[in-house]
Design a protein around this ligand. Sequence first.
Ligand SMILES: O=C(O)CCC(=O)C(=O)O
Ligand SMILES: [Fe+2]
Length: 213
Amino acid sequence: MLATSALDDTLIDTLAQRGWVVSDELISPELHHGLLSSCRQHWDAGDFKPAAVGKGKALARHPRIRNDSIYWIEAEQAQGPVRQFLDWTETLREQLNRELFAGLKSTEFHFARYPQGGVYKKHLDQHKGQAHRSISLVLYLNQTWTDDDGGQLCLYATDDNTRELARVLPQAGRLVLFRSDLVPHAVLPCSQTRWSLSGWFRTDATLLPVAPL
Ligand SMILES: O=C(O)CCC(=O)C(=O)O
Ligand SMILES: [Fe+2]
């Protein structure tokens, strides 16, 4: 398998029609191992910060809503597996623009670490009144994960956010794409440290100087 693959027609159609899609085939084991190493190096270097919720003046830590820590990837300095991943997301952005929606202009990605007991309560990734985040991407990095470890990503219906559509186990190399504006989702409590790489395809070209989610 190549280190990374393009989305095939089925994945593209599913994303277009259903608003979310899961694939275990897009990122090679070598690449997600490399990303996990890089993620852990940033953790060991003390680069992660507790994640906040909200925006602008309302931005604050709410550990009962989410208690992960994140490290925003600096694209200009990215090397090795991170560079390879970011280059792939550029190809993906072009593919999504070509085959689905025009107008994805930029991306942003962070590593995330949920401690034991980590959660992220139900939310949408698009801030109210700000349509910049269009497609969300999550790639799971733990090498082993079983049902007993919890930490599933729960996806809910757009028209009824109490109706659960799927529970995605955060297994190594599994990648989820979903509409940031339409798919409510939550991270269920996990019982081992949970590592991931997540980010957004945006419809604006440059990031506003605000702290993201
Ligand atoms: O890690 C996940 O499964 C989802 C994380 C999430 O919802 C977010 O960072 O906005
Ligand atoms: Fe989210």
